[in-house]
Design a protein around this ligand. Sequence first.
Ligand code: HEM
Length: 442
Amino acid sequence: MTTTAPPPARPTAIPGPPGHPLLGMANELRRDLLGTMLDGYRQYGDLVTYRIGPGWKWLGPPAVAVYHPDGVRQVLTNPQVFNRRTAGFETLTEMFGEGLLTSDGDLWKRQRRTLQPLFTPQRVAGYTDLMTAEAQRLARSTEADTVVDLHELMQVYALRVVGRALFSDEVDDVATELQRLVPLASDLSIARSMQIVRLPLAAPTVRNLRFTRASAALYAIMDRILARLADRVDTDNDDLLSRLRTARDPETGQPLSPQEIRDQALVFLLAGHETTAGALTFTLHLLGHHPDIQDRVAAGGPDLVRAALLEGMRLYPPAHSTERRAAVDTEILGRPIPAGSPVLVSPWVTHRRPDFWPDPERFDPDRFLGERDRQRPRYTYFPFGGGPRSCIGEHFALLEATVLLSTVLARYRVESLDPQPRVTPLITLRPAAPVRAVLHAR
Ligand code: HEM
């Protein structure tokens, strides 16, 4: 008797929610990005397809979200295959220019090489005194037993630290304007990136005018800061700005153009404070709901403070998701991904997988101590991304945040007044409303 071997299984399409016939999942993702992605993971698993728009071939392949850590590793560690030429990064470039966050290819490589030495653990440690002084200043100036907005306080702190460390300047005067502009600029960028057909910015539509006005207002703030630092002759300074001014292209010897300096400075000003402020806000909020854990952390020294921060960023990762585009036909977790596919990864979802994070919604800093911490596979946790384009400010942010938490917890007992904060996933994760707390003197 002869048997015929079954034909080799053809890889099936990656499943996903069907969505609206013409819009696909555009509305759901726009209305509730994080909830829609988490539902997608729960229903379909490690890889999920999201069609955005009507699915006509000429609009390109659908987006694929990758929720399994092995797939996240593939995406983040292969920048040639999964690059930044995505709608999201293109609109960010239109809004904030070609700084380190948005540039790609050789330009990015040169920029990263120039700036990396400023962010080594050793260089960053040099900022400890400045961070401590700013944390103490904030703790001293906050009144005990009154209601405060943790987000507002943390934004003030993070902006002062970035201003002093990167520009050797006090940037308090731009804080209010930035607090208004950053969410607006993020919102406009996301809305533009999700348009199925994007008109050039020069087309005088209402949306485009709002977009270009927000971008111009951000650059105006940056120019004000740069103008007052223009004639500072301070050869001892090795801050970001001095480095940008003295940087030379290793091949051509050319300095950066004034436009390149503005772009770079703006990206650092924004990327350097929004994310850390969010991480601190949510961590303090969580500690304020768990008095027992808070007392342990306050008395437990740097390792426990760091564990609380890492756990805060697990539940509320400031960079909740990011995207890439497949440059060529490729595969993820053995499934075919056509060239041109937008590819999403999301710490928000992967950090909540019950197979890697038992009882995922529970705030438990012990996850980041001892054996449990050492045994965790790498890409189950990636608040700072990974691969060559991981966050250049990681050491800076961790130091800045642990200094603030230690200082505040040494002086105050934090009592959170709100239940779980509602979040808005703009470019970074932001609380949708003030995060109220009372600080009681210890
Ligand atoms: C808790 C705080 C922070 C978090 C969670 C965070 C997260 C991230 C993530 C996930 C990425 C990679 C994005 C991607 O792969 O698409 C990134 C990139 C970046 N971050 Fe951060 N960040 C933080 C603080 C900072 C600080 C303090 C600075 C500057 C002082 C900074 C500057 C940047 C820059 C310039 C990039 C682009 C790096 C490149 O592409 O070469 N970040 N950040």
